[in-house]
Design a protein around this ligand. Structure first.
Ligand code: FCB
Length: 452
């Protein structure tokens, strides 16, 4: 452990994370409606090998085994997401009781096992019916989300304390509506910006609905933040850093935590369109006070000014750098930079690392075990950076490994394994990897040590 466990407070939350579409399967069971990911996966060429979440790792049926895995690892918290189309198959109207009953059982199972449930209300599986009505670029979707949040709060609020509204609105808006590499696969820059605003609004409308129904609820949002640095230190690329930090980090942090959009980004995107959906009063709604910020950290982007003097294009620079199987640079220092930025530029708020982890090309040994020492090194490196940030005064209270299980990695299908628990995608047998055992021991040692 190299003293790592000593560096975290005994009350530090150790957990593992998943999301509904990536693990549940059972996409047409118990009244679940279609989501944009069902539709997207059914379109040719959208996902690796046309993989989909139709079966995923069958968590919908195997959840007791998965809860037992978390318990056996001794983790105190489990982050999962609620599938909106299970609760409201068409994204509006009365709740589907069978959908609610699933999360009811899951929450009870977690609590019985001594595991704190950390639900996220939106991890990208928008009901297809709402996309058919325009999706996130349409304001009404935000209102529908607030109604859905209220239904889930009514059902689970007597047992769930920690609530996350959205996971990574950057991905949901910019990858889904701009780049088109995530569902719904649209490539409309103005729609992407409008979607981002309506995701923020959805969050802001949901916060008071959750608080009304769940006295004492701890409410937060999860953002994916990136370290951004210039290709060299000549200063030539500083504007590229400003632009990308603006679009990937500040466009999401500022409205939620400061109640305004960054003016420089508004200026950058002025010609794109889409920001005309921002109405007077929206930002006050969006900036509803929160109890925590969830940070997902995976990597750094190195950027350079584009080749044309005066033009706004930015180049993303490939570095000769150690990478995960996703091709993402392994850069734990970036985690510290991201946390320092949040600490420096925003009002104080407890932070939880709601995702961090890596895909590697795991090799299953003859006895079925996976000795994933590359993943252990990845997590250990990031935890050391995290401990440094905490020592430097950043208020980080927990860390959730992404992911508990190998699962459906969106456009990459089943090609990328992020789990600390291996899943055989044919038999669906779960086997903890060396990283799971290591992480469990770290959590145990950290939680049980004497306060010094
Ligand atoms: C994050 C997502 C999560 C998973 C990881 C690898 O962006 O929130 O669902 O796909 O990346």
């Amino acid at each position: 452990m190299n003293g790592l466990s000593e560096r975290f407070d005994p009350g530090f939350v150790w957990g593992a994370a998943t999301s509904a579409y990536q693990i549940e399967g059972a996409t047409s069971e118990d009244g679940r409606g279609a989501s944009i990911w069902d539709t997207f996966c059914a379109q040719p060429g959208r996902t690796f090998r046309a993989d989909s979440g139709e079966v995923a790792v069958d968590h919908y049926h195997r959840w007791p085994e998965d809860v037992a895995l978390v318990r056996d690892l001794g983790l105190g918290a489990y982050r999962f997401s609620v599938a909106w189309p299970r609760i409201q198959p068409d994204g509006r109207g009365p709740a589907e009781p069978r959908g609610l009953a699933f999360y009811d059982r899951l929450v009870d199972g977690l609590l019985e096992a001594g595991i704190e449930p950390w639900p996220t209300l939106y991890h990208w599986d928008l009901p297809q019916a709402l996309e058919d009505a325009g999706g996130w670029p349409v304001r009404d979707t935000a209102e529908r989300f607030a109604d859905y949040a209220a239904i889930v709060a009514d059902a689970l609020g007597d047992r769930v304390a920690n609530w996350t509204t959205l996971n990574e609105p950057w991905c949901a808006s910019f990858l889904g509506y701009g780049a088109g590499i995530h569902a719904p696969g649209r490539t409309e820059p103005a729609a992407a910006l409008a979607a981002s605003h309506h995701l923020h609004l959805a969050h802001g409308l949901a916060v008071p609905r959750l608080r009304e129904r769940v006295p004492g609820a701890k409410v937060g949002i999860t953002l994916n933040l990136y370290a951004i640095s210039p290709a060299d230190d000549t200063g030539r690329h500083d504007d590229a850093v400003r632009r990308i930090d603006g679009l990937m980090n500040r466009w999401f942090l500022d409205p939620v935590l400061l109640g305004r959009y960054p003016q420089d980004v508004l200026d950058d995107v002025a010609g794109v369109g889409g920001t005309d959906v921002i109405r007077a009063g929206d930002l006050a709604t969006i900036a509803a006070p929160l109890d925590f910020l969830g940070v997902n950290y995976y990597s750094r982007h190195v950027v350079a000014a584009g080749p044309w003097p005066g033009a706004s294009e930015v180049d993303f620079v490939e570095r000769d750098w150690p990478k995960t199987a996703s091709g993402w640079d392994i850069d734990p220092v970036g985690l510290g930079e991201v946390l320092a930025q949040v600490h420096r530029d925003y009002p104080p708020l407890p932070i939880y690392i709601t995702e961090n982890g890596a895909a590697f090309d795991d090799v299953v040994g003859p006895d079925g075990t996976v000795e994933d020492h590359d993943r252990i090194a990845f997590v250990a490196g990031h935890l050391a950076a995290l401990a440094d940030a905490i020592d430097a005064g950043v208020d980080v209270r927990g860390y959730f490994a992404w992911s508990l299980l190998d699962n459906f990695e969106w456009a990459e299908g089943y090609a990328k394994r992020f789990g600390i628990v291996h899943v055989d995608f044919d038999t669906l047998v779960r086997t903890p990897k060396a990283s799971a055992r290591w992480f469990a021991e770290l959590a145990r040692a950290s939680s049980t040590k004497e306060r010094s």
